[in-house]
Write a new protein. Structure first.
Length: 77
């Protein structure tokens, strides 16, 4: 599953960041690294962008960038 497929209000753990060159480096520099927990806070009315919370801050990503981030969804208890 990728980050853009994670429903609003759900959380998950990043498993992989794909892409090449500057784009991948930019995503990693923003803190989107493997084994980081992310929470999908909001999705814009038309579906783009999405707002996630990670490492204690909010980050807004374009849906096309979120597609490059693989996540494992947390299962509710």
């Amino acid at each position: 599953m990728t980050l853009d497929q994670l429903p609003t209000g759900a959380s998950g753990v990043i498993t992989q960041v794909s892409g090449e060159g500057a784009l991948r480096r930019r995503l990693l520099d923003m803190g989107l690294t493997p084994r980081t927990r992310v929470y999908v806070r909001k999705v814009a009315p038309l579906g783009d962008p999405i707002e996630v919370t990670l490492r204690g801050y909010e980050l807004t990503l374009l849906r096309q960038d979120a597609r490059r981030i693989a996540v494992a969804e947390d299962k509710p208890c």
